[in-house]
Design a protein around this ligand. Structure first.
Ligand code: ADP
Ligand SMILES: O=P(O)(O)O[C@H]1O[C@H](CO)[C@@H](O[C@H]2O[C@H](CO)[C@@H](O)[C@H](O)[C@H]2O)[C@H](O)[C@H]1O
Length: 472
């Protein structure tokens, strides 16, 4: 039975990993803009590139921005929707449904058509309201075909050959995406530890120039930090009981140290590329109030967290009582092991978007660089603990997990200091408050996306004394 596209999308979108509104009923879904992508055309230069980069296809593809209304709030999402009279087997898993125009499907997965994005970026083309642009002086090879990255993501990334990765932002927030803004500024400075930016797609959304996609160098020979850390944790679990973590083959501490140093360098580059400031103790107290609001809102969504509220407030009280200024600058904002990749020569940092779901002005706001340090410390905890869930020997392995987390957290902080990052004195208080604020965010993230993982961020609150300790 054929149905209207909007009806089909309302059912389909809730099952997509990148859909941020899970668990809330959709009251309305509408198409805000629909732009046909030019897959065939006269032999002008852009269309020649398109012809070279797309397969012969009878598909029609539209770029859509849709609005989704839930709980009285409207969010925007971006999609490439393809239409075919017959859907080949390779695209059945991304079928959206049958419409009067044929089978609708998620065309980000259709390598016969995605080449149009790369060709448009290479040509700096305008396609209806969509503007495709590239960095000055870059040459883009439009011949490679794309594959959708398998990673569970907040967005959808297309990898073209082993040369480019093009991230289609799914939830669209009007404005320039911090990822484009930060990576371009760092690349202009010749900063290390980033992947080279190539180009982007933008359009005016709600009257604002808005980044819709970002293309950068694909690090074909790199491994992501999360995978490397898990290999190390598995090695430790598999080693003879009593073997110290330092003697296990897959020890990660040296890498954690290098990552800390790379993080410090990155913060220095970001401080040089963007403004910095110092916030006075009064503003620090306002920041703490923000942490408390975030905690309260997390508790209202995940009541189980309420049992840990006293411990979190104790950490926040200690920060409020410090009465000292804090240096702020642009930061990564959602820093964890899945955002860093180890190439043969260095750690590279990806995904400068900040926490998906937060308003753009918050994601671009100046913040303590220790927010990123706290994010990575949380990630070491995640890596150590996540293999314990459902493990038959979880009880005996738990102390080993704690040992791994402590060892790598310490190595990361030592590397950060050795690289020139500032952590001293009562920074530990700020760091702990930032860690628990991050853990509150993670509780909500896991409840929405991976309920089995909820115990991991919840455990972060257990080590915290519930009574406020002495300030300083
Ligand atoms: N430039 C790149 N080169 C190689 N792999 C990459 C690159 N950028 C991202 N990835 C891979 O894609 C994953 C998700 O990327 P990320 O930018 O974090 O997307 P999202 O915003 O959707 O979370 C990373 O963990 C990494 O494995
Ligand atoms: O990478 P994203 O921008 O999509 O970030 C979101 O998803 C992350 C998970 O993929 C999530 O990170 C959390 O899980 C990680 C392990 O999968 C762990 O290393 C992180 O420490 C933990 O925060 C991230 O919070 C979320 O914003």
């Amino acid at each position: 039975m054929t149905q209207h596209l909007e009806e089909l999308l309302a059912g389909w979108i809730t099952h997509q990993r990148w859909f941020a509104g899970k668990g809330r009923a959709i009251t309305e879904l509408a198409v805000e803009s629909a732009t046909p992508l030019p897959l065939r055309g006269p032999a002008e230069s852009f269309h020649q590139q398109v012809a070279g980069s797309c397969g012969a296809t009878d598909a029609e593809v539209r770029h859509l921005i849709i609005t989704v209304r839930q709980d009285g709030r409207t969010d925007r999402y971006q999609m490439l929707v393809g239409f075919r009279r017959e859907l080949p087997h390779r695209l059945r898993h991304v079928q959206i449904g049958e419409t009067p125009e044929g089978f609708a499907y998620d065309a980000a997965h259709d390598q016969e058509v995605t080449g149009v994005l790369l060709a448009a970026i290479a040509a700096g083309a305008d396609v209806g309201p969509l503007r495709f642009r590239h960095m000055p002086g870059v040459e883009i090879d439009t011949s490679p075909r794309s594959l959708v990255l398998g990673a569970e993501q907040s967005n959808t990334s297309l990898v073209f050959g082993d040369a480019y990765i093009c991230k289609l932002f799914r939830k669209i927030v009007p404005g320039v995406n911090p990822e484009l803004e930060v990576v371009s500024a760092l690349a202009e400075r010749g900063a290390p530890n980033i992947a080279r930016p190539y180009g982007w797609m933008e359009a005016d959304v709600a009257g604002e120039n808005t980044t819709l996609a970002f293309t950068q160098e694909f690090l074909a020979t790199a491994s992501d930090g999360w995978a490397l850390a898990l290999t190390s944790v598995r090695d430790l679990y598999g080693s003879l009981p009593g073997t110290p973590a330092s003697d296990v083959g897959g020890d990660f501490a040296a890498e954690a140290h290098r990552l800390g140093a790379a993080t410090a360098r990155l913060h220095q580059e970001m401080a040089a590329a963007f403004p910095t400031a110092t916030i006075d103790p009064h503003e620090v107290k306002r920041m703490v109030e923000g942490f408390r609001r975030r905690l309260d809102s997390a508790i209202s969504e995940v009541p189980e967290l309420g049992g840990h509220a006293a411990a979190a407030h104790a950490a926040f009280d200690r920060l409020a009582a410090l009465d000292r200024p804090v240096t702020v600058q642009r930061v990564h904002g959602d820093y964890h092991l899945g955002q860093v990749m180890r190439t043969p020569s260095e750690w590279v940092v990806l995904d400068f978007e900040g926490e998906p779901g937060q308003p753009l002005n918050e994601r671009r706001a100046l913040d303590s660089p220790l927010r990123d340090v706290a994010g990575m410390l949380r990630s070491f905890d995640y890596a150590a603990r996540h293999l314990l869930a459902g493990h038959p020997e979880a009880g005996t392995l738990a102390p080993r997990a704690a040992e791994w987390a402590e060892r790598n957290r310490a190595a990361f902080i030592a590397g950060y200091s050795a690289g020139g990052g500032r952590i001293h004195g009562d920074d530990a208080v700020l760091l702990r408050a930032l860690e628990l604020s991050k853990a509150a965010y993670e509780v909500v993230y896991e409840a929405r996306n991976r309920p089995n993982w909820l115990p991991i961020p919840l455990a972060a609150f257990q080590d915290e004394p519930a009574e406020p300790g002495p300030a300083g």
